[in-house]
Write a protein that binds this ligand. Structure first.
Ligand code: TEU
Ligand code: CA
Length: 571
């Protein structure tokens, strides 16, 4: 690790190296990664659309929040059928969002602040407007024909299989030019790339190197489960019922994906610094998730845990099972917890009870930030942004900057920087309206309010970084003696640590802790509490509705990995 650090520093590569305080552990294994929906973060030129220079302008805010890395949603040239997830050139920046020079400047400025930048790599499909697809569709004999997935139809007007697209309708579209069908697991404007083609593979590897050479500290890999489909093109026996479209056995999670991911990991690992692959890798089970890290820890460093991320009900036993599973069944790899994204509802809305949403927002923040592993934050989550209410969204106009409405627009509204009408997002007309909640839920007000959601996130992230038990400690499952309460500990090597108690009910609950691997420890100080609370004197205590209590402990006689560990502090 030290040698790699030296190389990275010597080459003055981007800040992809691991800081010394976490020696032995790469930065990404206990990181906070902040997703920026670029279109909505910060407009710098008054056109109503967020851009790269806007992000550069907000780096001080991100530094204060304490994030280790940012993941930018796609900024490639794109016809915007799926706002950037339909790529028409993988090695350029669309003028809407800036230039390659703007990207280079962003990386350089972020590097100075110790913030890494991840590129969203859309691997599964390109735009139908990509020159590769234009060539591929031109004739059956075109050299790029096999860069996409073309098949004959079954009978007149019938697609090759009964497979369905995740976005609805058949996953095949007939092309009049050659009377063959091309496959698309998403929109017809997003033809799937064929990873079995050596030419396509080499071209995509070139794309990966292009961005690594431009200082990317890694990638968020889009839609990784769908790279291959059933090679025999068998009909799905159960196209409508059965598992949801996004984990259909003939279209997702195929064994052939692993080789593609291993190749990508090898390319990324060969670059100086600790660069990383963050995967959008939905799976049906925890075992499938474990396999995405690679049988030899050589595939995706950080596959997002959708088993956790898709939860939308506060249930202590469900969360305990999910987090315990992630600890016990992922071969010691860092779990990747998150709730919100540009595809999901915002957690303030999905978990809120309509009365105590702010308190619940602090609780859900602790659910992702207090366990071991890496956490994702979706922009605005840290200030309690909500899904835009239908009543506000329904009147939002379409236009040049918003050619069509999308179900997911409610979670993609402009970042709420200030209480002003355009929330500090733009001086022009925002492409999607600013929510009315911006008058109260905004970064300017909340950064000055010690009780705000923002300050809670800032403190939680600081705790993760500065407190050894959180930075490099283990996760120790506990029993709370109450099905409404989820409790665990984070423990350092000397047996000291922190106890985390999360009340998932709106009522005050009684807690009776057990399950310590040794004698119960002596509680010291409150590290964080919401609402304010005092440190419990015994293993039995009460916790407020939707309460979060994080207290330090020491003097534990603790057994770790079968060994008795005496604590260093005095009793
Ligand atoms: O998402 C892939 C994916 O599986 C999601 O589409 C998810 O199933 C769906 O949004 C549930 O509503 C990625 C991107 O995150 C998404 O924004 C893109 O639309 C999609 O790929 C296609 O590129
Ligand atoms: Ca702009």
């Amino acid at each position: 690790m030290r040698r790699r650090f030296a190389i990275a520093a010597a080459l003055s590569a981007a800040a992809c190296f691991t800081p010394v305080f976490a020696a032995g552990k790469p930065w990404w294994s206990h990181a906070v990664i902040y997703e920026i929906y670029l279109r909505s973060y910060q407009d710098s030129n008054g056109d109503g659309v967020g851009d790269l220079n806007g992000v550069t302008r907000r780096l001080d805010y991100l530094k204060r929040l304490g994030v280790d890395a940012i993941w930018l949603t796609p900024f490639y040239p794109s016809p915007n059928a799926d706002f950037g997830y339909d790529v028409s050139n993988y090695t350029d920046v669309t003028p809407e969002y800036g230039t390659i020079a703007d990207w280079d400047r962003l990386v350089h400025e972020a590097d100075k602040k110790g913030i890494r930048v991840l590129v969203d790599l859309v691997l599964n499909h390109s735009s139908e407007q990509h020159p590769w697809f234009k060539e591929s569709r031109a004739s059956t004999g075109n050299p790029k024909r096999d860069w996409y997935i073309w098949r004959d139809g079954r009978a007149a007007g019938e697609p090759p299989t009964n497979w369905l697209s995740i976005f609805g309708g058949p996953a095949w579209t007939r092309d009049v030019r050659t009377n063959q069908w091309y496959y698309h697991i998403f929109m017809p404007q997003q033809p799937d790339l064929n990873w079995a083609s050596p030419g396509l593979r080499a071209a995509m590897h070139g794309v990966v190197r292009f961005w690594l050479d431009h200082g990317a500290c890694g990638f968020r890999l889009d839609a990784t489960p769908y790279l291959f489909e059933d090679l025999a093109f068998r009909d799905d026996p159960d196209p409508k019922a059965g598992p949801p479209a996004w984990i259909k056995p003939y279209n997702a999670g195929r064994a052939e994906n692993h080789e593609v991911l291993r190749d990508l990991r090898a390319i990324v690992d060969a670059y100086p610094g600790d660069r990383v692959l963050l995967g959008e890798s939905a799976t049906a089970t925890i075992e499938d998730l474990a396999s995405v890290y690679g049988a030899h820890h050589d595939e995706i460093n950080l596959p997002m845990d959708f088993l956790f991320g898709n939860l939308n009900k506060l249930d202590a036993s469900v969360f305990k099972r999910q987090v315990d599973d992630a600890e016990q069944k992922l071969a010691g790899e860092p779990p990747v917890f998150f709730f919100s994204s540009h595809d999901h509802s915002r957690q303030w809305s999905s978990f809120g009870d309509g009365v105590r949403n702010d308190q619940i927002a602090k609780l859900t923040a602790a659910l992702t930030l207090a366990p071991r592993g890496t956490a994702l934050i979706y922009y605005g989550e840290e200030i309690g942004m909500r899904d835009m209410p239908d009543a506000e969204l329904n009147g939002a106009p379409l236009g040049r900057n918003r050619p069509r409405a999308d179900d997911r627009d409610k979670a993609r509204t402009p970042m709420q920087w200030t209480a002003e009408a355009r929330a500090g997002f733009t001086t022009g007309t925002p492409w999607l309206p600013v929510q009315s909640s911006a008058s109260i839920y905004n970064a300017a007000r909340e950064s000055a309010d010690p009780d705000s959601i923002f300050r809670w996130y800032e403190d939680m992230i600081r705790l993760r970084r500065e407190n050894t038990s959180f930075a490099i400690g283990d996760y120790t499952p506990l029993e709370a003696g109450n099905s409404k309460v989820f409790a665990f500990a984070r423990t350092a090597a000397d047996g000291s640590g922190a106890l985390v108690v999360l009340n998932m009910s709106g009522l005050e609950e009684q807690v009776s802790l057990s399950g310590w691997p040794g004698a119960a420890p002596v509680v010291r100080n409150v590290l964080m509490a919401s609402p304010a609370a005092i440190a419990p004197k015994a293993q039995d205590f009460r916790i407020a509705g939707f309460g979060v209590l994080i207290v330090s402990f020491d003097c534990a006689i603790f057994h770790r990995r079968g060994l008795r560990v005496s604590s260093v502090c005095a009793r």
